[in-house]
Design a protein around this ligand. Structure first.
Ligand code: NDP
Length: 492
């Protein structure tokens, strides 16, 4: 490190970098006061008679009333999906199926601003991310799987691929529309029909998506969306008319689902939690690596299953890295998710905020050193500042448990072997990052890290052609790519 770099890293963050507010207009979104359940191609009143409000986490304002599906509602949705499967969808020419998927992809592109604003309103993520990541990737998933719909015979030669039937899909609140796309696109491309349940706190883009389905003239019943809480998810899992369950969410619920399905013939894929190591070697391009660390943990407020929540820094560059990191953290703008300058938005729910606070308090109690850059948090809503913990021992809860918030735990290592040992010292195995100039070291690390996805000199990159999924308590099965079709197929 040169003297000049040292001075730069010690100099305070420029305080004159104030940005005038640049809020995205909400006018593009028209919300209904109340939403029913989307079953058989139309919105129906829930038999349960129950509704709840979807709340904006940035303002705590109720946005719309959304139905809670009960057992009878789930049963109706499964029946509609079964009818659609048996009476048309599984039989139509695959190239026709592809046409619907292409249409959905194009409509998502056309209406992307509307979806991005709604995603940020309902979930609290910065508009910059919903606009530049969630929406383009959602459309890309539909485009990608549309391309496979009429090529399954070539994708799985000599194996006679056939659809499984009705897919029950349960998704979380961190990437509501994107997770919907990851689930629905491969299911439809392979000829299945769907009953999908969005998370209780973020149902609105899934409900707007029903409008896209109608616009695309998808036959009624091919996709059914039932909103509700965990009870509705559990109903989908145990319903005998469901042939395949796809779940993304917490490891605890994933285990419950696995137990519930033991002994049945239902297919299952689980995409669960993570505690990824982002490993920085001393030959890495440090400024780029610091950007990767920031993106790895503060993207989407850290509500990311593959977040780089454990930073492993080689001891020789520890001080430099931490100085650069703290300086960069000082430039992050926390606040209104609809402001185009915002880097870190609102925490998705009060419940999640309490969980983050509890784990952060545990980190301080166990002896780690906390750093949070000065930042003013809005008075209303649920917020947590970007946080980094140093002096972290591997046994601390903040090094072991998934915080699912903007909180980074820093550990150090001396040798590649030690880096691998520490990186793998977790019950999870979803993702990892490696930063080094040496190609051979990247390959060596990739062979030794027990993680489903390993990024080299980048982080949080996604592509529909690339399979995603975990080892150990991060689940099993892959989503994305050719691999993502297999769970939706049986072979004759
Ligand atoms: P959950 O696993 O509870 O929620 C995921 C989805 O499953 C939601 O749609 C939820 O419904 C539904 N669900 C809840 N209980 C059941 C059940 N018994 N059977 C079937 N479906 C069910 O995650 P949480 O929202 O509670 O988040 C808790 C923690 O999970 C987070 O702090 C984070 O650590 C982790 N998580 C990991 C995610 C990942 O991508 N791997 C995503 C989200 C959370 P509803 O929301 O309506 O209750």
């Amino acid at each position: 490190m040169t003297e000049l770099e040292r001075k730069q890293d010690r100099s305070p963050v420029p305080s004159g970098f104030d940005y005038a507010p640049a809020p995205e207009s909400r006018d593009v979104v028209r919300l209904e006061k109340r939403y029913g359940l989307f079953i058989g191609g139309e919105f129906v009143e829930p038999r349960s008679g129950e509704f709840h409000s979807s709340i904006s986490p940035a303002t705590e304002e109720p946005l719309a009333e959304v139905a809670y599906a009960g057992p009878e509602d789930v049963a109706l949705a499964v029946t509609a999906a079964r009818d659609a499967f048996e009476n048309g969808w599984s039989e139509i020419a695959p190239s026709e199926r592809a046409k619907y998927l292409f249409r959905i992809a194009r409509i998502l592109q056309e209406r992307s601003r509307e979806f991005a604003v709604l995603e940020s309103l309902d979930g609290g993520k910065p508009i910059r991310e919903s606009r530049d990541v969630d929406l383009p990737l959602s459309a890309a998933h539909f485009f990608y799987y549309a391309g496979w719909a009429d090529k399954l015979e070539y994708a799985f030669p000599s194996r006679k691929p056939r659809p499984v039937g009705v897919a029950g899909q349960i998704i979380p609140w961190n990437f509501p529309l994107l997770m919907l796309s990851w689930k629905i696109a491969p299911a439809l491309a392979s000829g299945n029909t769907v009953v999908l349940k969005p998370a209780e706190t973020t149902p609105l883009t899934a409900l707007l998506f029903c409008d896209v389905l109608r616009q695309a003239e998808l036959p009624p019943g091919v996709v059914n969306i039932v909103t509700g809480d965990g009870r509705a998810g559990a109903e989908i899992v145990k319903h005998p008319g469901v042939d395949k369950v796809a779940f993304t969410g917490s490891t605890d619920v994933g285990k419950e689902i696995q137990r519930a399905l033991a002994g049945t013939e239902k297919k299952l894929t689980l995409e669960l939690g993570g505690k990824a190591a982002n490993v920085i070697f001393d030959d890495a391009a440090l400024d780029q690596a610091v950007e990767g660390i920031i993106n790895g943990i503060y993207f989407n407020q850290g509500h990311v299953c593959c977040a780089g929540s454990r930073l492993l820094v080689q001891e020789t560059i520890y001080e430099q890295t931490i100085a650069k990191l703290k300086r960069r953290m000082g430039t992050l703008r926390v606040g209104d998710p609809l402001d185009k300058n915002t880097d870190v938005g609102a925490i998705n729910s009060k419940q999640q905020l309490d969980k983050i606070r509890e784990l952060v308090a545990a980190g301080e109690e166990e002896g780690a050193e906390i750093y949070q850059p000065p930042c003013r948090l809005p008075e209303k809503g649920w917020w947590f500042p970007p946080t980094v913990f140093t002096n972290v021992a591997q046994s601390y809860r903040i090094a072991q448990e998934e915080i699912f918030g903007p909180v980074l735990s820093v550990l150090t290592f001396r040798t590649p072997d030690e880096a691998v040992e520490k990186a793998n010292n977790t019950p999870y195995g979803l993702s990892a990052g490696v930063w080094t100039e040496k190609g051979s070291r990247i390959l060596w690390m990739a062979q030794h890290l027990r993680a489903g996805v390993i990024w080299a000199n980048t982080y949080n990159r996604f592509d529909p052609a690339s399979p995603f999924g975990g080892y150990k308590e991060s689940g099993f099965g892959r989503e994305g790519g050719l691999h993502g079709l297999e769970p939706y197929l049986r072979f004759e």
